[in-house]
Write a protein that binds this ligand. Sequence first.
Ligand code: FAD
Length: 519
Amino acid sequence: MVTIIGGGLAGCEAAWQVASRGVRVRLHEMRPVRPTLVHQGDRLAELVCSNSFRGDKLDNAVGVLKEEMRRLGSIIMRCAEATRVPAGAALAVDRGRFADAVTAAICAHPLIEVVREEITAIPAAGATGGPVIVATGPLTSDTLSQDIARFVGAEHLSFYDAISPIVLAESIDRSIVFRASRWGRSLRGDERRASSTPTRVGSESAHLEGTGVAELARQADSTAESGSLQAAGCSLPEAEPEAEGPACGVDDGEGDYLNCPMDEAEYRAFYDALVSAESATVHDFDSVQFFEGCLPIEVMAHRGRETLRFGPMKPVGLPDPRTGRIPFAVVQLRQDTLAGDHFSLVGFQTQLKWGDQARVLRMIPGLQDAEFVRFGMVHRNTYINGPMVLLPTWQTRAREDLFFAGQVSGVEGYVESAGSGLLAGINAAHQALALSPIEAPRETAIGALAYYVSHAEARHYQPTNITFGIMPPLELPAARRSRGEGGPRRKDQRKEALAQRALQALDNWMGQVAIGAPA
Ligand code: FAD
């Protein structure tokens, strides 16, 4: 038997996959016995916000993920199709009928038992007579959250998402930005990966004493200090080295960050736009006591005209190689190590409305034509640090009979949550049937997501939607490479090629998935 905790998108999909392989499931859902602050009723797979599953064409990655899930027999996709409402190129559903359809399918399955109760601790190994999948979502109940923190380590469980915006690399103006690390210092591989210690942003004062702005630096120190940053899922400004002075090793095109330099007039204009922009409505469930080191950029700006220059926009140690001078302010962009074509704005978590966010952030030199892969936001979100805890099979590294799936596992979005539940369900069934776990090919969307969650940079880990950027780049056949031919040049052609490659890889892999599944 497989035990599943949480009857949301991930838990229901996992239950369906397990039961479809002839294995019994006990699915624990705490509603209505214990409600969450967001769910409205007692049905399974309730959509907590938008009724959209996003794009449904193969020209975007979530469309590819959906197509893969259909081919893998997803119950979430089947119910979504059955309750579809007109929404152009997107797949949107009638949310009430959708939740009814999933609830009916799950409750009618002879191998699935739904138990309405809160689970307050991760069952001990062997206690339930089979594998356990934790799929309790972003609003995991407090008592279970505490036990998850105990299991994964408190520093590897986040309770809030303070997300910085992410832009597409090719939309950054490289004639304006320059590549450099502060003081010419590059992060080593082991620094990039797995750091279990929350980063602490060093005091500015030591570096600024000689510049005549030490007083401002002291004022700004409070914004640069970080408390339990890992717990807040923050994106931090690049840390200062402890003892080095401003020796300014010039980075001649080297370094881990892209830097957007601002002169004083640009900074003043940006500041004025930022403090007058409109913030998104803060819902009850979102009313967060912000961590000091994790303040939204606009909240920081309201503390004073210079605060940002001593927080995330500090220019010290970053001379512009074209002028040799330190800019008035700098916005740093950090490359996502796996999604090489995505850059996040370091320390720019924000609650600005998306329209205003785009308008204000495009005032940053180099980002005037920026395309946003994801906007910044701050909201309640319980999730583990996937790369520290999980394998690409969605099993935990520490206990092979324990799986995480859905938003709590470190993915973002309805479809991604269901997709992770699908693979976790297949592998839990495999384990119950004494079969080996399977990994989806990285070229598939579902495999790329599993790889990202288990291999992304742990130190700055943030949940992700599926994007083409986390799939491996296209490789040309050797014959074409030797003729000096390049890959598809146009973005739409590249996407089409990635989508076709994903579906081909999925079809080749389907034989393994069918193991254990009834004919
Ligand atoms: P859920 O669908 O939340 O399911 C988890 C289930 O576990 C719940 O039914 C819960 O009652 C139950 N549970 C929790 N603790 C326990 C326990 N201890 N014992 C038993 N049961 C328990 N994504 C989008 O794609 N589009 C959006 O518009 C969107 N809006 C969001 C809005 C908010 C406010 C939040 C928090 C998230 C949003 N997300 C959105 C992100 C995410 O995709 C959804 O939260 C999605 O529902 C996650 O699926 P899940 O199965 O992981 O979790």
